[in-house]
Design a protein around this ligand. Structure first.
Ligand code: GDP
Length: 290
């Protein structure tokens, strides 16, 4: 999954053969820069990473081992924004989660993926709430996903008010002792005030513990920009990156925490309900460094 980035790191590491060779360090850093930019890592992330790796390596003494250590440390730092990692439960159930994102980002699919993950692997009682009343087929899609995977859903086909649906969904979860409520909200093709106002209203009504922004990794830099805009309005608590299986470059995963300032929490790796991975920075760093 991180093959391209991993290859870039390895070819940079191989440039350092001798000790105390400034020229070799420069070559390695140049190689790293070239490969990271090719993998679509944001230029500011590349700049910070190179600067820090250079300083750390020189401080410890130029050599392969110190270069590797500096890379490991810097990469972990870049991937780690302050906040929660994995799925974090509220002290008093139900944990209320708003799923937000643009239309087509994979929000509805990810809602079902997350519900399935929490049910199957964490043995939690999870309720999905169909509050995306914007896209005509969204409620039907979530109903089908619920049926196919034995997941619980709250919906009301007669309601036109997503704020009311979200509120009633959370009430239902409280009454029936659910551990987690995942609210699938509406998206748009682009950010507009109407969408944001609806989301802010839902947020104010249900007071969520987590607000996840679902971003399509295939949209590259746009994924970062829209995540930032959602964060400004909603103060999101994490990002879920979808369609990573189709992203041949992969750099956006490396840029999110650094550029948005919020942690990447999960990665979508396919169309099936099981295709979701928890994002743990240290684990990803060891995969990238091989
Ligand atoms: P929404 O409009 O944001 O609710 O988007 P959907 O959940 O309907 O997803 C849009 C399309 O993306 C669907 O065809 C999904 O199957 C697909 N999709 C979602 N997540 C992933 C993923 O991680 N990998 C792949 N390959 N496809 C995905």
């Amino acid at each position: 999954m991180f093959d391209k980035i991993s290859d870039g790191f390895k070819s940079a590491i191989n440039k350092i053969r001798m000790k105390d060779d400034e020229k070799a360090l420069k070559k390695a850093l140049d190689e790293l820069k070239k490969n990271l930019l090719k993998a679509d890592v944001h230029f500011k992330v590349v700049k910070d990473l190179l600067r820090e790796v250079e300083v750390e390596t020189k401080k410890a003494g130029i050599g392969k081992a110190n270069f590797l250590k500096a890379l490991d440390k810097t990469l972990t730092k870049i991937l780690t924004a302050p906040g929660n990692y994995g799925f974090v439960y509220a002290s008093k159930p139900p944990t209320v989660v708003l799923m937000t994102g643009l239309q087509g980002s994979g929000k509805t699919t990810t809602t079902a993926k997350l519900a399935n993950y929490l049910k199957e692997f964490k043995k939690k009682k999870v309720l999905m709430v169909a509050a995306d009343l914007q896209r005509l087929a969204a409620v039907e899609q979530l109903k089908q996903l619920a049926e196919q995977n034995g997941l619980d859903i709250f919906y009301d086909e007669n309601s036109k008010d997503p704020v009311d649906i979200a509120k009633r969904g959370v009430e239902e979860a409280k009454e029936k002792f659910y551990d987690v409520v995942l609210i699938d909200t509406a998206g748009r093709l682009a950010i507009d005030d109407e969408l944001m106002n609806e989301l802010i209203k839902i947020k104010n009504e249900v007071n969520p513990h987590e607000i996840f922004y679902v971003a399509d990794s295939l949209t590259g830099k746009d994924a970062l920009n829209t995540a930032k805009q959602f964060d400004e309005k909603l103060d999101i608590t994490g990002v879920i990156l979808t369609k990573y299986d189709g992203d041949s470059k992969g750099g956006v995963a490396l840029s999110i925490a650094h550029q948005v300032g919020k942690p990447l929490r999960f990665i979508g790796t396919g169309e099936k309900v099981q295709d979701i991975e928890v994002f743990v920075p240290e684990r990803i760093v060891s995969r990238i460094m091989g």
